[in-house]
Design a protein around this ligand. Structure first.
Ligand SMILES: C[S@@+](CC[C@H](N)C(=O)[O-])C[C@H]1O[C@@H](n2cnc3c(N)ncnc32)[C@H](O)[C@@H]1O
Ligand code: SF4
Length: 353
């Protein structure tokens, strides 16, 4: 019975997310049904909380949805479809976020009485485990915001024995892996080498049982091995393996993206993204975590407080642009393309094709 409830709830949750993604009527009741079907489904409860915002008198949102922190701008990989490490992002800072700035950010959230309903992620345009202060940051965040789900996003290559200490601090390790076939992995996630990284993936799965969320950006290169990738990680105790639609990450030249993506279309986010807080390693606040070239800043934490950046005129202006469907007025939004997340992506799309 419990298993059945969990499966029904999960199904409803996926349908609700799809309806919301397509901006279709009925997604809120679907979230409610998912939470009712299985009260132990934490994801459904979280989605429900974030779908019923309660406005505050001080102009701040009731809660933030998602926060991504560029704890470091450096990555040890340069995946072929990722703007990190390419000429078009040569101007982007590659250092670590100073601890003082990091504390200002976390303290600002705590002091404003805000929570984050989805999660806080370490790792934006760089890799969460390349950051030398990742343990200290995780400890600080958990002291100040104990109820918030913390994820460290990484390709796993920098994993070292000392990182095992994170097991008591993080809720999720967002582990990015695009293939378990040497030739494909070495091509997509270059200059990483699968032979060297695989033992690290195994060590992470061993040290973080039930906490590893595997992210597999789907491309024409790995389409044939998706089930095998899922089976390999699940057999070793991963919590889930998610097939993520490929995004062009607002890149200037889309030739490579077009050769890898399945059936990309313009992505048109709604104004709810202004409830996300994206802060890069130097304090620059961005509208979107896909803005790898940092073309649309909406604040700077070096010069303003967290509350001020959340109430800023530029954030409000962006909200209006997205609400009115004027995406083309923004360089990043106008050029944003990607494959679409459907309930059983990509298998439902492949079956329909
Ligand atoms: C940009 S990475 C940054 C953090 C870390 N370096 C990593 O690889 O996980 C964050 C997430 O984006 C996903 N990702 C990478 N390239 C992508 C793309 N072109 N489209 C969609 N998702 C992508 C990865 O799987 C990962 O979960
Ligand atoms: S996708 Fe992640 S691992 Fe790959 S280059 Fe970009 S930041 Fe690094």
């Amino acid at each position: 019975m419990t298993m059945l409830r969990a499966r029904v709830s999960d199904h409803l949750l996926r349908a609700a997310r799809y309806q919301r993604h397509r901006d279709r009527f009925g997604w809120r009741p679907l979230f409610q049904l998912a939470a009712l079907a299985d009260p132990a489904n934490g994801e459904a409860a979280r989605e429900l909380r974030r779908s019923v915002p309660v406005p505050r008198a001080d102009g701040l949102p009731a809660a933030l949805r998602f926060m991504a922190i560029g704890t470091t701008g450096t990555c040890n990989a340069s995946c072929i479809h990722c703007p990190t490490g390419k000429a078009e992002t040569a101007h982007v800072p590659r250092g670590e976020m100073p601890m003082e700035l990091f504390r200002k950010l976390i303290d600002g959230i705590a002091e404003a009485g805000l929570t984050v309903t989805d999660q806080i992620s370490f790792g934006l345009f760089g890799d969460g485990l390349v950051d030398r202060q990742v343990i200290e940051r995780a400890r600080y965040l958990k002291e100040r915001l104990p109820e918030v789900q913390l994820s460290v996003n990484t390709n796993g290559a920098a994993y070292a024995p000392r990182h095992a200490e994170l097991a008591g601090l993080v809720d999720v390790v967002g582990l990015h892996c695009e293939s378990l076939v040497e030739e494909t992995y070495n091509l997509l996630m270059q200059p990483l080498r699968l032979a060297r990284v695989k033992p690290k993936l195994e060590a992470i799965l061993r040290d973080f049982p039930g906490k590893v969320h595997v992210s597999v950006p789907v491309s024409r290169r790995n389409l044939g091995e998706l089930e095998a990738i899922r089976a390999w990680f699940m057999e070793r105790g991963a919590q889930c393996v998610v097939f993520d639609p490929l995004s062009n990450r607002c890149a200037e030249d889309q030739t490579l993206f077009d050769s890898l993506a399945l059936a990309p279309a313009p992505v048109r986010c709604g104004p709810d993204i202004t409830n996300d807080l994206i802060v890069d390693c130097d304090g620059l606040v961005l509208a979107c975590c896909q803005d790898f070239r940092r073309l649309e800043p909406v604040g700077n934490l070096l010069h303003e407080s967290v509350a001020d950046t959340l109430r800023s005129a530029s954030r409000a202006a962006l909200n209006a642009v997205l609400a009115e469907g004027r995406h083309c007025e923004k360089t990043t939004c106008g050029g944003c393309r990607g494959d679409m997340r459907t309930p059983d992506f990509p298998f439902d799309q492949l079956a329909a094709a």
